[in-house]
Design a protein around this ligand. Structure first.
Ligand code: HOZ
Length: 430
């Protein structure tokens, strides 16, 4: 029997890396089978260590809006590398990217670069607490804000996929300051606030959550949160690590016309390099050291290579609004194609799609929050995932992740995805 290179690597990896992977969802435990080890990616395709090509709908969990290995990003990185990889000192590029982010994202008047979305959300909460002098914050059930201790409570995404939404290692002392609310429910927020009057520093959410699968905000919901937070002096934080620069140039806040006090960003601002950022109103951001008392810093923050990649990406998006028109078209083509195939074949499903993000849930009920997302038939999703993979389409290996589209998806590739979908649904329905 020939053992694939991916399988060989996975077996070896398990001796040296917990579970053989550096992030749990990648282990394929929720969908069965062994993970693919990836050698390279280009445009709409990734290639495994056995040189199999797959149409890829993860796009590094968001940042590859232009497709993989885009020449613009590649050349920016190579050029920057010629001058060294890290200085731990200010650079011109940091100023340029900060100015660009401020011009693109409505809520951001000042911004601080960090190295990941996790760092961004941890820092934003610390600043909100420092600014308000309050300890508690509200997070939504099933929303994921990275793996900072205070967020690993009813965390979606990887935690949900692995069946451990609350992680051991988070102390009771930490957990008591995280207040949980169901998404899309303003009444629950009002109740939490009146039970914790004057004690809540911040309300953080993914405005369009993608970490319990994709869900959409009900009409008026985001504006309702905005109004409540303004009334109560609570800092409203939009975690736009996945939606920023993707749903629109200015993210979900631009699309829905609701401006938070602070925003966390990631991935996309590094063109796929390890980058995150948090920003917001000047008076809040000026609470950050060295102007203000709240400490946050790091040697690799604003790394010159990452900033070069991010600048390439953001300048392109800023100068090419047609990217968003095309992303919306691709999203619509796929979701309407999936819907007509599913109806024809009689499978129970719900598709949530917005622009270039979508999730297909195997349930006929609407998916609007954590509880309704959990109604999806995850065993059937696992079979669908494997059937698609056999047909050369690589999906996120979990029901509870959004998929991300890129402009590298041509009409011909979209047709191939829809054919693979039809054959896969037929296969799993038996
Ligand atoms: N759950 C993460 C994305 N929402 C997965 C990241 C990864 O495995 O790279």
């Amino acid at each position: 029997m020939i053992i694939s290179e991916s399988k060989r690597l996975f077996e070896k990896a398990q001796n040296f890396i917990p579970g053989g992977v550096n992030s749990p969802v990648r282990a394929f435990r929720a969908v069965g089978g062994d993970p693919l080890f990836i050698k390279k990616a280009d445009g709409a395709f990734i290639y495994d260590e056995d040189d199999n090509a797959y149409i890829e709908l993860i796009n590094s969990w968001g940042p590859m809006i232009l497709g993989h290995n885009h020449p613009l990003i590649r050349e920016a990185v190579i050029k920057a590398m010629e001058n060294g990889t890290s200085f731990g000192a200010p650079t011109a590029r940091e100023v340029e990217i900060a100015e660009l982010i401020v011009s693109m994202v409505p809520s951001v008047e000042k911004v601080r670069m960090v190295n990941s979305g996790t760092e961004a959300t941890m820092s934003a909460i610390r600043v909100a607490r420092g600014y308000t002098g309050r300890d508690k914050f509200i997070k939504m059930e099933g929303h994921y804000h990275g793996h900072g201790d205070s967020f690993l409570i009813a965390a979606g995404s990887g935690a949900m996929t692995m069946g451990n939404p609350d992680s051991p290692g988070v102390t009771k002392g930490t957990a008591k300051d995280t207040l949980l609310a169901p998404y899309n429910n303003l009444e629950a927020i009002e109740k939490l606030i009146s039970a914790n009057k004057g004690e809540i520093a911040a309300l953080i959410l993914e405005p369009v959550p993608g970490n319990m699968g994709l869900c959409l905000p009900m009409p008026g919901y985001l504006q309702g949160l905005r109004d409540i937070c303004t009334r109560e002096g609570i800092i409203l934080i939009f975690d736009e690590v996945m939606t920023g620069f993707r749903l629109a140039k200015g993210g979900a806040q631009e699309l829905f016309g609701v401006t938070p006090d602070m925003t966390t960003l990631g991935k996309i601002i590094g063109g796929g390099m390890p980058v995150g950022a948090y920003g917001g109103k000047k008076e809040i951001m000026d609470f950050v050291s060295p102007v203000g008392p709240v400490y946050q810093g790091g040697t690799l923050s604003g790394n010159p290579i990452a900033m070069a990649a991010g600048l390439g990406m953001l300048h392109y998006l800023n100068d090419h609004p047609e990217v968003y028109t095309r992303l919306n078209e691709i999203g619509m083509q796929l979701s309407s194609g999936f819907a007509s195939i599913n109806q024809k074949l009689g499978v129970d499903y719900t598709i949530n799609q917005l622009g270039s993000m979508y999730s297909l849930f195997f349930t006929s009920g609407n998916v609007t929050d954590f509880d309704s997302a959990k109604m999806s038939d995850t065993a059937l999703f696992g079979k669908y995932f494997q059937a698609m993979l056999r047909r050369g389409v690589y999906l996120g290996p979990s029901q509870f992740e959004s998929l991300f589209l890129s402009i590298a998806l041509t009409d011909e590739i979209i047709e191939r995805i829809l054919n693979a979908h039809e054959e896969s649904i037929k296969e799993i329905l038996g």
